[in-house]
Design a protein around this ligand. Structure first.
Ligand code: NDP
Length: 232
């Protein structure tokens, strides 16, 4: 049975990843900050009680990430999905109004956590035949795509996450671990809002298809959910 570990699996895109992989028969290690309040995820774990397991994890807590790794020390993780993400209150990321504390906190989730997860769990990923680490980033982190300015905090956190995943691709290549960056599209979630262009179902189906098909030749790529390459 294949295993996927997902951060931020209680709602939005993370919950949809958990739902689709569970339906495919994968073992799902679903991480979230507050399992007691994760109603939909608990329902999923009840529905698939032999293969969906919930782990409490706030990705900002570096020692908690290490503890999770110890807990999973003898396991194999086929795909690690760094999905958890945060977007600070919009006004706090605009020129003249930057909230520097929000910037640090956003970096902890969007940038530090993907690297920390990879540092802590690469042994479990290396044991797999698939060996994939996916970091859910955003086109808003693309320097080339930035036509509108602003959103300093979120944009920079994702640009830096892109660099993290690119360096991971190089550093982990000798162990045949694939590191890719996935832009989910503009998705109807709490973060994307209801006016967003696509459903979480559509976005995740696209990203899963990419994850199914990528090989070591694709490591370090920055791809949208529909397979398009995104400029750095
Ligand atoms: P949501 O806001 O709907 O969900 C965010 C998830 O991240 C929640 O599960 C949340 O948990 C979790 N999270 C936030 N902080 C932490 C933390 N410290 N520790 C653990 N989990 C945490 O966002 P989406 O589902 O839309 O976004 C998922 C990913 O996709 C993010 O990385 C986002 O940046 C990216 N993305 C989304 C886009 C969109 O249009 N929706 C577009 C481009 C990128 P909790 O419920 O506890 O807060």
């Amino acid at each position: 049975m294949n295993t996927v570990l997902i951060t931020g699996a209680n709602r939005g895109i993370g919950l949809e990843f958990a739902t689709q992989y569970a339906a495919d028969g994968w073992r799902v290690l679903a991480c979230c900050r507050q399992p007691q309040q994760a109603t939909a995820l608990n329902q999923l774990a009840k529905q698939y009680q032999d293969h969906v397991f919930i782990y409490q994890l706030d990705v900002k807590q570096l020692t908690a990430v290490d503890q999770l790794s110890q807990q999973l020390h003898d396991q194999t993780i086929d795909i690690l999905i760094n999905n958890a993400g945060t977007y600070p209150p919009a006004q706090n990321g605009e020129f003249g109004h930057i909230n520097y504390n929000d910037w640090i906190e956003t970096f902890k989730v969007n940038t530090f956590a993907p690297l920390k997860m990879a540092e802590a769990l690469n042994e479990q990923v290396a044991r797999s035949q698939h060996k994939k680490i996916a970091t859910i980033t955003s086109k808003m982190g693309s320097i080339d795509d930035n036509q509108r300015g602003g959103s300093y905090i979120y944009r920079t956190s994702k640009t830096a996450a892109n660099m993290v995943a690119k360096s991971l691709a190089i550093d982990l290549q000798p162990r045949s671990i694939i590191s890719v960056l996935l832009h989910p599209g503009w998705v109807q979630t709490d973060m994307g809002g209801q006016g967003a262009l696509i459903s979480a179902k559509q976005s995740v189906a696209g990203m899963k298809s990419i994850l199914d098909n990528i090989t070591l030749a694709d490591t370090g790529k920055f791809l949208a959910y529909d397979g398009q390459h995104i400029a750095w």
